[in-house]
Design a binder for this molecule. Structure first.
Ligand code: PAF
Length: 264
């Protein structure tokens, strides 16, 4: 059975007894695990002696209560998957354990965190950065694995690690996609069958349009509620709503040039 630590003392004991003197990779998650998380775990297993995964549905990063309440978590299924993958430990704290200060102390970034996802979801990145700092500190890991689907999150976590001299390497992992191209996300489970089929057009349109304005028009034409499509720092970022479910994605602009038309 995969060991599950629910307290900081249990986690520290396991860390010093089992992982001391070995390389440790860390995959932070909010549960609701899918193939995207599995690919991060596999990469960590390949690059480290041991791999630990945290499962913590971090309330402070949800600006929308119903998004938090409907997040598709399933702890037992997550444990079974992690065991099958061969992960070595799970850290599963509760809110009181992670926030003994009742969230009085926060990490706040004052530029990048206010655009794109940050503009749509006020306070979101404060919650993300604060919990990630806590988790990275507790993990004692040498490497932590983050998916490029949440590219802005990845960029901000890297910036925080540099700004605070955290002794950990942040490893960026390519977005895992379904066969039809949709980026894997726990939220995809909330799509109806019809909406799920429709959702496949999102990455294709984002990729095929020659500029953000065209992408916005094409996405609207295909029935999406468009929050934003923006080209910046060599990538195209998009966020849309479909029957009340939010989807985000991004592509390097170099990929857009190469694949123009081939994803349609
Ligand atoms: O990407 C996520 O699942 C979350 O934002 C993270 C990094 C686990 C922090 O809660």
């Amino acid at each position: 059975m995969i060991p599950v630590c629910r307290s900081i003392s249990e986690w520290r004991e396991l860390r010093s007894k089992r992982f001391n003197g070995h390389s440790l990779g860390f995959v932070p998650t909010m549960g609701g695990l899918h193939e995207g998380h599995s690919s991060l775990v596999r990469r960590s297993l390949a690059e480290n002696d041991f791999t630990a995964v945290s499962i913590f549905l971090n309330r402070t990063q949800f600006n929308n209560a119903s998004d938090y309440e409907t997040y598709p978590a399933n702890f037992e299924q997550d444990l079974a998957l992690l065991e099958e993958l061969g992960a070595d430990a799970v850290f599963a704290p509760d809110y009181e354990l992670m926030y003994p200060d009742s969230y009085r102390y926060k990490v706040s970034e004052s530029l990048d965190s206010l655009s794109l996802e940050g503009a749509q979801r006020p306070g979101h990145f404060d919650g993300v950065l604060t919990v990630v700092l806590k988790l990275l500190n507790l993990s004692g890991a040498q490497r932590a694995y983050f998916g490029e689907k949440d590219y802005q999150q990845l960029r901000l976590v890297k910036g925080m690690v540099d700004a605070f001299f955290l002794p950990i390497e942040i490893v960026a992992c390519e977005t895992a996609r379904a066969e039809d191209g949709l980026a894997l996300s726990s939220r995809n489970r909330r799509l109806t069958e019809v909406a799920r089929r429709k959702a496949a057009a999102f990455p294709k349109i984002l990729c095929a349009a020659s500029c953000p304005e065209d992408a916005i028009a094409d996405l609207r034409g295909a029935g999406f509620d468009v929050e934003y499509v923006v080209d910046e720092e060599g990538r195209r970022f998009g966020a849309v709503g479909l029957e009340g479910v939010r989807l985000i994605d991004n592509w390097p602009l170099s990929v857009l040039q190469q694949t123009k038309g081939s994803l349609s």
